[in-house]
Design a protein around this ligand. Structure first.
Ligand code: S3P
Length: 171
């Protein structure tokens, strides 16, 4: 097994939930990149966007992705936009297996509709907007992924089992 596992995918595809279960199963350390950024910067993601916009957030995201990628046997749950920078994809590919979690716009909307901690969706919280954003990002997700899991209607334990089986097969 390559040393780290990176979970990628759109907002609301279950990366953080899968992270916790997968870390428990593998005994790897788990880190949620957004939580890590918030902890290190002592600011919420909303506040970082409010202060310096998406540009500042993306800069910090790359900096902290580099930081956590120096560690071994880590599972990193990335933000939904981490794959948009090729530099980030290179870091992930150099240090581990990249696992894409997918879900339909309907499932994503149901999961995120009552949240306010995602600046890119605040004010755009509807299925059509999510579908449009997902379409624009689809090729970034697919080209970064070593493994793809369609999570709709799947239990987290089944998602984890499928991830571990596919990693084993790929190694
Ligand atoms: C973003 C997704 C968020 C967070 C930031 C930007 C994106 O992470 O990194 O709000 O561009 O899709 P989650 O996917 O964990 O919600």
């Amino acid at each position: 097994m390559k040393s780290n596992i990176y979970l990628i995918g759109f907002m609301g595809t279950g990366k953080s939930t899968v992270l916790n279960k997968l870390a428990f199963l593998t005994k790897y350390n788990g880190v949620d990149l957004d939580d890590y950024i918030e902890k290190k910067e002592k600011k919420s993601i909303n506040d970082i966007f409010a202060e310096g916009g998406e540009e500042l957030f993306r800069k910090l995201e790359t900096e902290y992705l580099k930081n956590v990628s120096e560690k071994k046997e880590y599972i990193v749950s990335c933000g939904g936009g981490t794959v948009l920078r090729s530099e980030n994809v290179d870091i992930m590919k150099d240090n581990g297996t990249v696992v894409l979690l997918r879900a339909t716009p309907k499932t994503i909307y149901e999961r995120v509709k009552d949240t306010t901690n995602r600046p890119l969706l605040n004010g755009n919280m509807n299925e059509e907007y999510i579908a449009g954003m997902l379409k624009k990002r689809e090729e970034f997700y697919l080209s970064a992924a070593d493994i793809v899991i369609d999570t709709d209607d799947m239990q987290v334990s089944d998602i984890c089992r499928e991830i571990l089986e596919k990693i084993k097969k790929n190694s």
